[in-house]
Design a binder for this molecule. Structure first.
Ligand code: GUN
Length: 291
């Protein structure tokens, strides 16, 4: 049987509609508008696209959107001063510093300067610790979006074997933690993992988050497994014409879809869910700030 395609685009539209309804109620009943500030340092083209998209969707759900675009050579004290200003701005409930930062800036220092209550990325060390101990925290958006799709598809993932390929702080590690908190049996695989194909073949759930185009072939996938593809990789597509490109995931979609029970496409899978979860996290931060 062909795999069910998990439609992240449609799911994200539903989440955004719920967020918009919540935002409207906050305005009508309490006169509060959630505010999200996004900080971009430099001119990385992919980051610019993401930041523009975040700003547009923030406004679409009725929230306040503030964008701070800083020069690529911004000094660390100046970036920290901006974060301090946003931390103390009562109209801002969520702060996101787009990563990666230019090399001269210390990412850990910058992230940990954000008020944990406004850390809608869930990257602050306090939020990482809270998530790791199963306490209420801000949860990183991409893994949260993946978990929502898994819960929607399976109901419960308790007792299932899950493999997360990739151990980044942004996706791999928090994803593994969320799966564990939902009582899955979790393996984190990475570039040094021995017999990666065999490890993946045992999994009922595969989350691929490595950033390597189509590195997971269909014959690594257990019959009926659920495949969540976090990768968004731009590759040459000469078949579309000279100089053309296309987006592919970390999984080879066609062959994985032949064996999987369900699979997220790229584009239209995890990507839209990430921004929807960012908006949801901003509303959550706003509600917590206002009791
Ligand atoms: N760069 C790539 N993904 C993310 C993300 O989820 N948050 C931030 N701040 N930067 C990113």
């Amino acid at each position: 049987m062909p795999a069910k395609i998990i439609d992240g685009k449609a799911f994200a539209a539903k989440v955004r509609a719920q967020v918009a309804e919540h935002v409207s109620r906050l305005d009508k009943e309490h006169g509060i508008t959630p505010g999200l500030a996004v900080v971009l340092v430099g001119e990385d083209p992919a980051s610019q696209v993401y930041v523009r998209s975040k700003g547009k969707m923030t406004v679409e759900v009725g929230m306040k959107s503030v964008e701070h675009k800083l020069d690529v050579d911004t000094a660390e004290p100046d970036l920290l001063a901006l974060i301090d200003q946003l931390n103390n701005d009562p109209s801002i409930h969520g702060i996101l510093v787009q990563l990666p930062l230019p090399m001269h800036l210390n990412e850990d220092l910058v992230i940990n300067a954000i008020d944990p209550a406004k850390d809608v990325d869930g990257f602050h060390i306090s939020n990482v610790g809270l998530l790791g101990t199963g306490q209420k925290s801000m949860v990183p958006c991409t893994p949260l979006g993946c978990l929502m799709m898994l819960r929607d598809h399976h109901g419960s993932i308790s007792g299932m074997d899950a493999v997360v390929i990739g151990r980044s702080n942004i996706v791999g590690k928090p994803m593994a933690q969320l799966l564990l908190n939902d009582s899955a049996t979790v393996t984190i695989a990475h570039s040094r993992t021995k017999d990666l194909p065999d490890v993946v073949r045992r999994a009922d759930i595969v989350v691929a988050a490595v950033g390597r185009p189509e590195m997971v072939p269909g014959d690594w996938i257990k019959e009926g497994a659920t495949v969540i593809d976090v990768g968004i990789n731009r590759v040459d597509a000469p078949e579309k014409g000279e100089g053309k490109t296309r987006l592919v995931g970390d999984c080879h979609f066609e062959s994985c879809a032949e064996r999987a029970g369900a699979i997220t496409p790229v584009p239209g899978g995890v990507g839209p869910m990430t921004i929807a979860c960012l908006l949801a996290n901003t509303v959550t931060a706003c509600c917590r700030a206002n009791g």
